[in-house]
Ligand binder design. Structure first.
Ligand code: ARG
Ligand code: GLU
Length: 707
């Protein structure tokens, strides 16, 4: 028996499989040859030219990068845009007042003139993508010194840009991929008049909030609607009353067909960052050193905030948004660590590295050995500065109210004298916003806890021994009693002094002096040490990725996510989160109502929604007597993919991407097809909310729904 297993193991060619398992799976639209291969095996009824074509309308024309950090899809010939509720949250909140509480009650514009402008908001469409590697790397050689290499590349890019001659409303961006082994150019259009059209109440759009975040089974209606406006020539323009709805060359029809297990889905959007090709020891560094530190700091901060928020409604309101932001990645890192262990990612990467070292091509083996040895040394040198950096950022910037505002104050203190007056009010606004969303009862406790982290967890070579000897309780009491960091009235008085008096007041504030000393240790010592340890990293990773590529030419590497437009193929599929458990891929409205907790801040539901449910009035959106809500698929996605259109085999919109499952979030470092899943909201649930709950007949008529 044993022998047989062993024998079979030897028959399985470990090598190509190992490489394949460690591939990024977010395709660059310009890499048609690779996409053809994926498409052929996928069952799609569209072809690669529909996905992307530089010369005629294609799906990319209906995909947007939404306000820098999210994605979105165009769903009408009038520039109607769908993205996530959590991506539009800031805008929805900005328009909310006590009288018109769109966060609580939702918002539906019943006509164009009710749509709400959002100063500063923008969306970007990618029109063309070119592989410009040859042009950018012209004259660049392997033995070139890094700075010479970079200046040659910069020259080449500038020369390349000159050859494009784009019209004034288009931009060109050239970006490195695979650590500089490849370069692509993007021709884009950015629209700056984007108006809010519709949003469900938070109880739908954020249903399950932090408890359900990163989790399955999920029941969230995480979508919002916006509209792109253009000038009379249909070109991008700053906000103007005279602007008109943008007429896109391509928009997605909304499918009411739904999905079944095994169906193809294509996620088209702007994933932010993956690091799929890191060596085993780098993944160890992240999951065994950095993540645990950040998780521990955030866990403490969350515990403190939660306790206060539960005891007091005012504090709850103040800290809600901050709490959600801190909790989001706290939870993600925890899931990431679990997933890395379950997928045996480090072991698999170690096996791959071993294979590289004994590669049949001796030059590959030699180069691999050299690069891996250097990378290992670099990671050893990086450990202390990287942990110091993470600790300082977490304990004094993200999770510490008093010292977070000290960072802004520090910038104000060091503002160029001739710009001080001009920027003064901007600084004051930023710091006052901090005061308004924090309370000293919480801040003081946070400060004490964070101080303990500094004393006990800051790597010794970066710890200021004078500071570390100070007692947290007396420090906190002193700041609370005396410092401008804890007193907005005092702060306002100091901030409006003459520049000289302002500087003097800061010198006399012992709380701020303490914070300044920490901030200076960051900028003066920790960050430079981190940077110098990092130096050479990119060059080595570039060589490492080149070795990986060379080691197996049949599977060209797909570049890590870098905020550019990508296509990710997947199948609708459940998964086994743990031994003995299976998660089905589709949830329904019955599950929404099962989770309902009246009055709860995460699981409450609108009365009208419950009425529709009781009457099982799901309109034309039902399937088998119920209404599908969210579904899982195997598409490789990451942060930034929120709001990405999810297309079926006909290229119609079946969902909007908004999250991943907890056990699979390690896909940023190591995608595992067994447990990595993206989560989408079903377009039938979206249409049900717009139609039946929002009664936005105008939008239902505008959207082209297909069965
Ligand atoms: N996890 C999703 C993402 O990474 C949703 C985050 C927003 N929701 C929240 N509860 N914080 O962005
Ligand atoms: N919620 C994430 C975002 O805002 C997407 C989820 C993920 O990280 O995959 O982009």
């Amino acid at each position: 028996m044993k022998k047989a297993t062993l024998f079979i193991l030897f028959l399985i060619p470990l090598w190509p499989w190992a490489v394949h398992a460690q591939q990024n799976r977010m395709w660059v639209p310009a890499d048609k040859d690779k996409i053809y291969i994926r498409l052929a095996e996928s069952g799609a009824r569209f072809d690669a030219d529909d996905l992307y074509h530089p010369g005629r309308p294609s799906f990319n024309d209906a995909v947007v990068q939404f306000n820098g950090g999210c994605s979105g899809g165009i769903i009408s010939d009038q520039g109607l845009l769908i993205t996530n509720h959590h991506c539009g949250y800031g805008a929805i909140r900005a328009h909310s007042t006590l009288k018109h509480n769109y966060i609580r009650d939702g918002f539906w514009a019943k006509s164009l003139d009710e749509e709400l402008p959002n100063p500063g908001m923008y969306v970007t469409i990618v029109r063309k993508v070119y592989d410009v590697t040859d042009q950018v790397l012209q004259g660049v050689t392997d033995d070139m010194d890094e700075s010479l290499r970079q200046s040659r590349i910069d020259e080449n890019i500038n020369r390349l840009k000159d050859t494009f001659r784009l019209p004034s409303w288009m931009d060109l961006e050239v970006k490195p991929f695979l650590y500089g082994n490849k370069y692509y150019a993007f021709v884009t259009e950015t629209f700056r008049d984007v108006r809010l059209v519709g949003a469900p109440p938070s109880s739908i759009g954020k249903f399950g909030a932090d408890t359900d975040n990163w989790m399955w089974p999920r029941h969230s209606g995480d979508f919002a609607l916006f509209r792109i406006y253009a000038d009379k020539n249909n070109r991008p323009a700053e906000y103007s009353e005279d602007n008109v709805p943008y007429r896109p060359v391509k928009w997605f029809k909304v499918s009411l067909q739904g999905v079944d297990e095994g169906d193809l889905v294509v996620v088209y959007g702007f994933p932010g960052r993956t690091r799929q090709y890191l060596p085993s020891f780098a993944v160890r560094h992240i999951t065994e050193k950095v993540n645990p530190l950040r998780i521990a700091v955030r866990e403490k901060a969350l515990e403190i905030m939660d306790r206060h928020m539960r005891s007091n409604d005012t504090l709850k309101l103040m800290y809600t948004a901050h709490y959600a932001r801190v909790a989001n990645y706290w939870k993600k890192w925890k899931g990431e660590n679990i997933g890395i262990r379950r997928a045996r990612a480090v072991e698999q990467k170690e096996a791959l590295e071993k294979e590289l070292l004994s590669h049949p091509d001796a030059s590959v083996a030699r180069e691999a050995e050299e690069v891996l040895d250097s990378l290992r040394a670099l990671y050893a040198a990086l450990e202390a500065p990287d942990l110091a950096r993470a600790l300082l950022v977490e304990a004094f910037y993200i999770n510490n109210d008093w010292t977070r505002r000290a960072f802004i104050l520090y910038a104000m203190e060091n503002e160029k004298p001739d710009r001080f007056e001009e920027k003064r009010s901007e600084y004051i606004t930023r710091i006052m916003r901090e005061f308004r969303t924090t309370d000293n009862r919480v801040s003081e406790e946070l400060f004490r806890a964070m101080w303990e982290f500094y004393r006990t967890r800051m790597p010794r070579e970066f710890r200021d021994s004078t500071l570390a000897a100070m007692d947290a309780d007396s420090l906190a009491r002193k700041i609370a009693a005396e410092s401008i960091l804890a007193d907005s009235t005092k702060f306002l008085r100091v901030a409006s002094l003459s520049p000289e008096e302002f500087q003097k007041a800061l010198k006399n504030d012992s709380g701020y002096a303490l914070a300044r000393r920490l901030i200076q240790s960051y900028y003066g010592k920790i960050f430079p040490a981190y940077q110098s340890a990092q130096k050479g990293m990119n060059a080595l990773m570039r060589r490492y990725v080149a070795v990986l590529e060379k080691s197996n030419r049949t599977r060209p590497l797909v570049p890590d996510a870098n905020g550019t437009l990508r296509i990710s193929f997947g199948k609708v599929a459940g998964y086994r989160p743990r031994d003995g458990m299976y998660y089905e891929p589709v949830t329904t409205i019955d599950g929404v109502v099962e989770k309902y907790i009246p009055g709860d801040y995460e699981f409450d539901l609108p009365e009208e929604f419950l009425k529709l449910y009781a009457a099982r009035d799901f309109g034309p959106y039902a399937e088998d007597g119920t209404l599908p809500v969210n579904f899982l698929a195997t598409a490789h996605t990451t942060g930034g993919n929120s709001g990405s259109p999810v297309l079926n085999a006909d290229g119609d919109l079946v969902g909007v991407n908004f999250d991943r499952v907890w056990e699979g979030t390690m896909s940023d470092l190591f995608y595992d097809p067994r447990i990595s899943r993206n989560i989408s909201v079903d377009t039938r649930y979206v249409m049900f909310i717009i139609d039946k709950l929002g009664k936005a007949v105008n939008l239902v008529n505008e959207i082209q729904a297909v069965k």
